[in-house]
Each structure stands twice: as structure tokens, then as C-alpha cells.
Design a protein around this ligand. Sequence first.
Ligand code: COA
Length: 239
Amino acid sequence: MRWFSKKSDKISGVVQLRGSNNRVIIIECGIERPLHRNANIPGLDIIVVGNNNTIKIEMPFNSHNSSIFIMNDGVNIELGRTSAFSNVKIVCRNGHRQVCKIGCDTTINGAIIELPESSGLIIGEGCLLSDNIKIWGSDGHSIIDADTMEIINPVMEPIVVGNHVWVGESVIFTKNASVAQDSVVGAGTVCCKKYTEPNVIIAGNPGRIIRKNILWNRYNPTKLISDIEKISAKWEPRK
Ligand SMILES: CC(C)(COP(=O)(O)OP(=O)(O)OC[C@H]1O[C@@H](n2cnc3c(N)ncnc32)[C@H](O)[C@@H]1OP(=O)(O)O)[C@@H](O)C(=O)NCCC(=O)NCCS
């Protein structure tokens, strides 16, 4: 059985582990199996330089042109089974103990996930992330109040995207942001706050709630309307 797919990948699919106690674990039917050093995973490069880093990947995991780079210690990455993990780059460096968890059945078409310091990212199940998404778990550089000399841009919490959230193209998430379940984030939005209300549309820069009490699904509107019409026709009372 092929775990990962797409022969056209530019990515070589190599797993390189340099350091001690670095583990890449494949989960199949709930059973964990460690991958050995220099194993090959089509569609996903994994390069780890550091110690005590763990990456768990649940099968089936359909990855394409994606990579994970870890250049520090104590990282914990958990990726749930998915039919599409494409053009994703996860980078953990200049820090330690970053956490990155992506729930099962979440589709990603293109994302750069930068997790400096000890920042984190938790994405729920059944989400849909479009292309050209940027996620910055930390600002990467310090901003200091000139009077008090306090750092004003610390990382407080991981970025959290709830279950079943649709993230449109070219969205940016900044540190400490969160989006509640069943919501939509419009194209080009900068998500820089905690949006705690579920079932909303967030759009703009800075992202604001532009509509409440919505549902969304993966079908395009034309197909959805035609399906609803078919169902309604079926249930029309007989004369
Ligand atoms: C967010 C979105 C779903 C909203 O669609 P909608 O509910 O039909 O919203 P409307 O077009 O009626 O716009 C409502 C208001 O929000 C504004 N708005 C809509 N999308 C916006 C966006 N991405 N950024 C900023 N403002 C936006 C509109 O200008 C309008 O403002 P107004 O009330 O002042 O006139 C849609 O605009 C969008 O961004 N889609 C994502 C497309 C995409 O990335 N697809 C990838 C497929 S994976």
C-alpha cells in the first residue's frame, strides 16, 4: 500500500534525523511504528537537526511537495490522516518545544508554518485551508516599550483553528490568534486576534467578523443548490 502519493513531487521524500532521540512515528490502524533513519517518504521531506524531537503521522497521509524542518530540541508534531497535504512547509527553529498538531481529514493546499521560539499551532479536524496561507506562531523579533523596556509582543499561546474551519486563499495568522469552529476566513484576511464566536465569517485586515450564524460545506454553491432542489423534489407531496 502507498502511504503517500504523487510521483511528480520535486521533494525527494527523505527523512534525515541528526541528533539524539529524534523519532518519526507512523500510525496505522492505531498502531505506532517508528521510521528508521534515512527512510523515504514520497511527497514529504523531513529534516531534523537537534534532540528529543517527535513527529507522528497518521496513515493514510497523502502528501505532495511538502517538508518539515526542525532545527532545535523538543518539538512535538502530530499530523492526522488526510487526503491532501500539499505544498506545506513546517519550520521549527530559533526556539524549543514547539507544538504543531493538525487534526484528521483537514485539507491543506499550500501553507508556510513558521514556529519560532516556543510557539505552537493547533488545527482541528475537517478543516479546509486554501493556498498561500502563512502562519507565524511568533513575530520572530522583539518589540520593546521604550519607557518600561518591557517586551510587548510575547508569545502567549499557540495559534488555534477550531474544527471544520475554511480558510480562504492568502490568509495570514499571527501569534496568539484563534478562530472558533465552523467558521470561514475570507481571502487575504489577517487573523491577528481571538475570534471566539463559532459559525462566523472573518474578513479583512485586521480580520473582523462580517457575518454571524453561518454554516459552510465543501460543495460549490451551484452543486449544493441543485442537490437541495433534487431532495426537495423528491419530498414534494403527491397529488
Ligand atoms: C469571505 C467570503 C466567503 C465572503 O463571501 P460573502 O458572504 O458572499 O460576502 P460578500 O461578498 O457579500 O461580502 C460581504 C462584505 O464583506 C466584504 N468582504 C468579503 N470578502 C472579503 C475579504 N476576503 N476581505 C475583506 N472584505 C471582504 C465585502 O466587501 C462586503 O463588504 P460590505 O458589506 O461593506 O459591502 C468571500 O468573499 C471570500 O473571501 N472567499 C474566499 C475565496 C477563496 O479563497 N477560495 C479558495 C477556495 S479553497
